[in-house]
Design a protein around this ligand. Sequence first.
Ligand SMILES: [Zn+2]
Length: 159
Amino acid sequence: MSKLDEFLAGERHDDVALFLTHEYLDSQGKLPNLGEEVENGYVLVVPGDDGRRAFAAGTGMDAMEFSRTAMAEKGHIDRELGGGECPDHDSDENHQAEFIFSFSEEQNEEVGGLYARGDVVHAYAHCACGANYSDKWVIGEETETGVQPGESEPAEADE
Ligand SMILES: [Zn+2]
């Protein structure tokens, strides 16, 4: 099982996952190509503090600040963190997700809602057009929770 598989299965709550496109990684040139190759780029799975440092070095942004900004918009993010669907995709621009920051949280019945259903993956994406957006889903319910492809609201909002 790869680190990314373990992360996506909720076995690496202390790690963060960073997705970066090949182009973005090359243009920044500050991050080693240590990640796992996915369809459109690389995913690095690293301990939280290292990940936040790598994120800042690679993007010039603070990971937490970026997450807060991205939380304001919802959009589908690939369940394997290889890309996303920009909420502004109707405009005539490049809408490839350039980077994604993700972490997981252990099931928490006290918080309720999504968090009571299982471990949750949070994902925050930055689009080439400048938009930031976020998604989150329950591990094991990837197609029943969070924003589904072609949708703009989380599936559980209808329940
Ligand atoms: Zn976009």
